[in-house]
Design a protein around this ligand. Structure first.
Ligand SMILES: *Cc1c(COP(=O)(O)O)cnc(C)c1O
Length: 391
C-alpha cells in the first residue's frame, strides 16, 4: 500500500502487520495479581467495601510515607481529586495552566467557573515556562496549576518564587510523577498541594484512583470533608461536599502495586534505555530525556519528530498503527484547540508558540510490563522502514 504523506513523500505500508495483536500505550501494569486477590478476599470477608475501610487507610499511610508528606487523601480518580483540591484551596477568578497537558487539568477549573489562562511551555522540557507564567498574571489571578509533565519535575523553585511574589496558590498536577524525586525530595510535597492520578493507564494504578497530598493540615481537612459530602461525623454535615471516596478494591490494587513499585520502574527504565539506544540512529527522531535526578518513573517514552525527519509525524503514527502498534499523539492539538476553550479563547494560540510546535512533534510509544525489549526492536524497525521503505 502506498500513500503520499504531508511532506509529499511516498509512504509504504505493509500488508501483514508486525504484531498480530494490538500493542497499546498505557496497558495496565499489575505487579502482584495474587496479592491483589488476597486483599480483595479480605475486604469481601469483612463486608467492608468503602467508607474509610482499612485498605484505603493503609494505602494513604503508605503513600504519605513514601512521598514524605503529612497527608494523603485518597480520591476516586485524579480528575475529582483536582476538583476537590481546587475547592479546598479556594481558587477563583483566573488560574494559570499549561495548554500542553491532559484536558482534565483544565476541565477541573472550567467546571468550577474559574477561567483557565494558558501559559506556554519550555520546548526543551515541556514544562510551564516561568516567564510566560509571569506575563499572564492579572489582578484576578488566584493561582497556578503546573504539571510535572511526563514525570519530569516542573521548575519548582522558580514557580514558588512567582507564587510568593504575587501571593498565588500553587497546586501541582502530579498525575505523571508518582514515585519521582528531585534530590532528597519526592514529588508530593511541592506547592500548597499536589494531585496524583492512579488511573489504569498510569504506570502505577489503583484501577481508577487519585489522591491529594499536602503538608497543610487545613487543606487536608477540607479535602476529607469535600470527598465525603461534608460529613464531619455521623449525621453532622458542616459544609457542601461531593462523593470522591476511593473504595477498598482500588486500595487493594494500590497496595499490591506498591509492593511491586521498584520492579515497575526498573522495567520502564530498561524499556526507555532500549528505545534511546535504538532510536538514536534514525534521522530526525529523538526520545525526550527523562530529566535529571535520582528517582524517575520512566512511564512515558516520548518521541519527538523533528523537521528534518524524512516523513511526517502522522505518517510515522499511521505506519505504527498499520502494524498494530497503537502509539498516541498525547496531547495533540493542545487543550486551547479543544472545545470549549477554542471557542471561548480563540486568540489563545498566539501566545503559545512552543505548545503549538511541540504538539505537532510528539508520539508516545508503548512501554510498561507488557512490552519486552524484543517488542521494542520490532517497533523501532517499523519506524525505520516507515522512514526508508527501500532499506
Ligand atoms: C490522567 C491525568 C489526569 C486525570 O486523572 P484521572 O485519574 O484519569 O481522572 C489529570 N492530569 C493529567 C496530566 C493526567 O495525565
Amino acid at each position: 500500500m502506498t500513500e503520499v504523506d504531508g511532506r509529499g513523500q511516498d509512504a509504504v505500508f505493509p500488508e501483514i502487520p508486525a504484531f498480530p495483536e494490538p500493542i497499546h500505550v498505557g496497558r495496565p501494569n499489575i505487579a502482584r495479581p495474587e496479592e491483589f486477590l488476597e486483599l480483595v478476599a479480605g475486604a469481601l470477608d469483612r463486608h467492608w467495601l468503602s467508607n474509610g475501610g482499612p485498605l484505603v487507610s493503609e494505602f494513604e499511610r503508605r503513600v504519605a510515607e513514601l512521598l514524605g508528606v503529612r497527608h494523603c487523601v485518597a480520591i476516586v480518580n485524579g480528575t475529582i481529586a483536582l476538583e476537590i483540591a481546587i475547592t479546598a484551596l479556594g481558587l477563583s477568578g483566573e488560574v494559570i495552566v499549561p495548554s500542553w497537558t491532559f484536558v482534565a487539568t483544565v476541565h477541573a477549573l472550567q467546571r468550577h467557573s474559574i477561567t483557565p489562562v494558558f501559559a506556554d511551555i519550555d520546548p526543551d522540557t515541556h514544562a510551564l515556562d516561568p516567564a510566560s507564567v509571569r506575563s499572564k498574571i492579572t489582578a484576578r489571578t488566584s493561582g497556578i496549576i503546573p504539571v510535572h509533565l511526563w514525570g519530569r519535575v516542573a521548575p519548582v523553585d522558580e514557580l514558588a518564587e512567582i507564587a510568593d511574589e504575587h501571593n498565588l496558590t500553587l497546586l501541582y498536577d502530579a498525575a505523571h510523577a508518582f514515585g519521582v524525586g528531585q534530590g532528597a525530595r519526592m514529588v508530593g510535597s511541592f506547592g500548597d498541594a499536589e494531585v496524583l492520578s492512579f488511573h489504569a493507564t498510569k504506570f502505577f494504578n489503583t484501577i481508577e484512583g487519585g489522591a491529594i497530598v499536602t503538608n497543610e493540615d487545613e487543606v487536608a481537612e477540607r479535602a476529607r470533608l469535600l470527598r465525603n459530602f461534608g460529613f464531619a461525623g455521623e449525621d453532622n454535615v458542616i459544609s457542601v461536599g461531593t462523593n470522591g471516596k476511593m473504595h477498598e478494591i482500588s486500595a487493594a490494587m494500590g497496595l499490591s502495586n506498591l509492593d511491586g513499585l521498584d520492579e515497575l520502574v526498573a522495567t520502564n527504565r530498561q524499556n526507555y534505555e532500549t528505545y534511546i539506544r535504538l532510536v538514536e540512529g534514525l534521522p530526525g527522531l529523538q526520545i525526550l530525556p527523562v530529566g535529571n535526578g535520582d528517582r524517575r518513573n520512566y512511564q512515558y517514552v516520548v518521541m519527538l519528530v523533528d523537521d528534518d525527519c524524512p516523513v511526517s509525524r502522522d505518517t510515522l503514527l499511521a505506519g505504527l498503527r498499520r502494524n498494530n502498534i497503537l502509539a498516541r499523539r498525547y496531547f495533540w492539538p493542545g487543550v486551547h484547540r479543544m472545545e470549549p476553550y477554542r471557542s471561548l479563547q480563540p486568540e489563545a494560540g498566539a501566545s503559545l508558540p512552543a505548545t503549538e510546535k511541540v504538539s505537532e512533534q510528539v508520539i508516545v510509544l508503548p512501554t510498561g510490563t507488557s512490552v519486552s525489549p524484543d517488542d521494542i526492536h520490532t517497533i523501532v524497525s517499523v519506524l525505520a522502514s516507515t522512514i526508508s521503505p527501500d532499506e
